[in-house]
Design a protein around this ligand. Structure first.
Ligand SMILES: Cc1cc2nc3c(=O)[nH]c(=O)nc-3n(C[C@H](O)[C@H](O)[C@H](O)COP(=O)(O)OP(=O)(O)OC[C@H]3O[C@@H](n4cnc5c(N)ncnc54)[C@H](O)[C@@H]3O)c2cc1C
Length: 497
C-alpha cells in the first residue's frame, strides 16, 4: 500500500486510530520511549507520518543480550527526539521485535541484532526500491544522534550531561537470599528442544540473507552435528531429514536456499511445538530463554558426541560456524568468534577437548556478563552469573580451599576457582550427556522442574511484576494490580520468546 493509495477519509481515520494508540506523531502526545511496531500497522504508521520526517528504526530481538544492553541508550535517543520541545528536524524513533515479527525483519534483511536503520517514511517501502541508511558506529546515544544529524545536515544540540540528569537510571532489582532458585540436577530436554526449534526458525527467517557458500556449509555442518548428537531422537531425525534434502533445497551451485522449502522443514518432527521455558525460565518475561537453551544445546552436543577420536574438532568447527553465521546477537557472535579463533580452540580434537572448551568458554562469558550486569542492572536478579558448576552441583569439581563461599546465589565477582578438570569432565558428561538420555523418557524430569524456581520467583512471573523495591505509590499500584489479577482468569502462560 503506498502513501498515495490512502484516501483522505482513510488517512484521517488511521491518524485518529494511531494517535489514540500513541503511534502517530501529528500531535505532541507521543510516547518518550521508542514506539513498538508490528507487521500489522507498520505500513500505515509510516504512511501517516509527514513525508519529510526522519524515521529511526531499531530491529532487535527480545532474547538478545546485546539488545538488552543497548536498550537504555536507545531509550535515551527516543527521549531526546520525542521530548518537548522537539529537536528539529523531527525524528520518529521506533523499533521492531524480530523474535515475534520475523517476516518484517526478513523483508529488511536483518542479519544481526540490534540493527539500526534510518530513512524517510517512503524509504521503508523496500518493495519500491526504498533505500535506508545503516548505522555501524558505537551504540551510544550521543553517537547515534550525531549520525542522524549528519544524515539530515544538522548538528543536534544534544548534551549528554543534561540529558543524563533527566534520565532515570534503572534501579537495581532487590533480591533476597531465600529467593534463590533451586538448581536443576540435570539438563532440561524441553528447553533444548525449544532452542533447537527456535534456532532453526531464526535461520529460515534470514530469507535472502541465507546465501553464499559459507552459510550453506554452516547450515550443512550444523544439521550434521544435530543429526549425530542431539539428545532427542526426534530432533536428531528431523535434522537428518533436513540434511538429506539439502541438495534439493539448496543445491551447491545455487546462490541461496529456497526459503519456502526450508520453512516447511519441521526440525523436531511434525506437531512438536515450542513449550514454556523450564530451567531456562527467567523471573522476567524478557530474561533468559533462548540464549540459555542454546547453551544447553551446545553443551549437550559436545557431551553426547561419540567416536571417531576427532569428533571434538567437528563439534568445534560446526559450532563456530553456527554462531558466526546464525546467532544473530552481534555482540555474542563477536565475542564467541574471538574465543573460537584462539589457539586453545584450534587444539580441540577429542570429545573431552570439546566438552571442556565449551565449559571454559561459557565461564568466560559468565564472568564478562556478570560484570556488565553488575554495571547496568540488566541481569535477572534470581539468576546471577556464576563460575559453573557451583559446589552444590559438583563438590569435587573445585579444589577444597576455594569451594567455601562460592554459592549459586552469589554474583560472580568471585576469582577464578581452581578446577579439577577430570572431575569437571565427568560431571559435564553426566549432566549433559548420559543423564539427558535417561530424562528423555521422563520428559521434564529435572530436579525441581517447574517448581525449581522458588515460589516467590514463580509468583513474580505469574503476575508479571518485578521484585524491585519500588516507592510507596508503586507498591500500592502493585497491590491493586495483583489483587485484580488474582480475581481474574488465573495464570498467564509464560512466553517462550
Ligand atoms: C554462544 C553464546 C555467546 C554469548 N555471548 C554473550 C555475550 O558476549 N554477552 C552477553 O551479554 N551475553 C552473551 N550470551 C548470552 C548469555 O551467555 C546468557 O545466555 C544470557 O545472559 C542468559 O543467562 P542465563 O542466566 O540464562 O544462563 P546461561 O549463561 O545462558 O546458562 C544457561 C545454563 O547453563 C548452565 N551453565 C552455566 N555456566 C556453564 C558452564 N560454564 N558450562 C556448562 N554449563 C553452564 C547453567 O545451568 C545455566 O543455567 C551468549 C550466549 C551464547 C549461547
Amino acid at each position: 500500500m503506498s502513501r498515495e493509495s490512502l484516501s483522505t477519509p482513510t488517512r484521517v481515520f488511521f491518524v485518529a486510530l494511531l494517535l489514540t494508540a500513541g503511534l502517530a506523531d501529528e500531535s505532541e502526545d507521543i510516547a518518550l520511549k521508542p514506539v513498538d511496531l508490528k507487521k500489522d500497522g507498520f505500513d500505515v504508521t509510516l504512511q501517516v507520518l509527514p513525508s519529510g520526517r526522519g524515521v529511526l528504526m531499531e530491529f532487535y530481538a527480545a532474547w538478545c543480550p546485546a539488545c538488552k544492553h543497548f536498550q537504555p541508550h536507545y531509550d535515551k535517543v527516543a527521549e531526546y527526539f520525542h521530548g518537548t520541545p522537539r529537536p528539529k528536524p523531527e525524528v520518529y524513533v521506533a523499533r521492531v521485535d524480530c523474535a515475534t515479527e520475523g517476516a518484517l525483519c526478513t523483508l529488511y534483511n536483518i542479519g544481526h541484532y540490534p540493527t539500526l536503520k534510518f530513512g524517510r517514511p517512503a524509504d521503508f517501502e523496500v518493495s519500491k526500491g526504498g533505500k535506508l541508511e545503516d548505522y555501524s558506529g558505537v551504540r551510544a546515544e550521543k553517537e547515534i544522534i550525531e549520525w542522524v544529524g549528519k544524515l539530515q545536515s544538522t548538528a543536534y544540540d544534544f548534551d549528554p550531561n543534561r540529558e543524563a540528569q533527566a534520565f532515570q537510571q534503572a534501579a537495581p532489582v532487590a533480591k533476597k537470599e531465600e529467593d534463590a532458585p533451586k538448581l536443576p540436577q540435570r539438563v532440561d530436554l524441553n528447553d533444548i528442544e525449544s532452542s533447537t526449534i527456535l534456532s532453526f526458525r531464526y535461520i529460515v527467517e534470514m530469507g535472502d540473507g541465507l546465501s553464499g557458500l559459507e552459510k550453506r556449509q554452516a547450515l550443512k555442518d550444523w544439521l550434521d552435528l544435530l543429526s549425530r548428537s542431539h539428545p532427542l531422537n526426534r530432533c536428531a531425525q528431523g535434522a537428518k531429514n533436513a540434511l538429506d534434502s539439502l541438495p534439493k533445497i539448496w543445491p551447491p551451485d545455487a546462490p541461496g536456499a529456497s526459503a519456502v522449502a526450508l520453512g516447511q522443514i519441521k526440525i523436531c518432527g511434525d506437531g512438536v511445538s515450542l513449550k514454556e521455558w523450564g530451567s531456562c525460565r527467567g523471573s522476567r518475561e524478557t530474561s533468559r530463554g533462548y540464549t540459555c537453551g542454546l547453551w544447553l544445546l551446545l553443551h549437550s552436543l559436545a557431551a553426547r558426541s561419540s567416536p571417531p577420536e576427532t569428533v571434538g574438532a567437528f563439534w568445534m568447527a560446526a559450532v563456530k560456524q553456527f554462531v558466526e553465521q546464525f546467532f544473530q546477537c552481534s555482540e555474542c557472535s563477536q565475542h564467541f568468534g574471538a574465543m573460537a579463533a584462539e589457539e586453545a580452540a584450534a587444539a580441540v580434537t577429542t570429545k573431552r577437548d570439546a566438552v571442556l572448551w565449551a565449559w571454559h568458554a561459557h565461564n568466560i562469558v559468565n564472568k564478562r556478563v556478570a560484570d556488565e550486569e553488575f554495571k547496568d542492572h540488566s541481569g535477572d536478579p534470581f539468576f546471577p552469573k556464576v563460575q559453573w558448576p557451583p559446589p552444590e552441583l559438583c563438590p569435587l569439581c573445585r579444589a577444597p580451599s576455594v569451594t567455601a563461599g562460592a554459592t549459586a546465589g552469589k554474583a560472580s565477582t568471585e576469582a577464578e576457582p581452581e578446577w579439577n578438570e577430570d572431575e569437571v569432565y565427568r560431571f559435564m558428561v553426566r549432566y549433559y550427556g548420559d543423564a539427558g538420555e535417561k530424562a528423555e523418557a521422563a520428559s521434564v524430569a529435572y530436579f525441581g522442574g517447574r517448581k525449581g524456581l522458588s515460589s516467590k520467583v514463580d509468583k513474580a512471573r505469574r503476575h508479571g511484576y518485578t521484585i524491585a523495591k519500588v516507592g510507596g505509590i508503586a507498591l500500592v499500584a502493585l497491590a491493586v494490580y495483583v489483587l485484580a489479577r488474582s480475581a481474574g482468569s488465573g495464570r498467564k502462560g509464560a512466553s517462550i520468546l
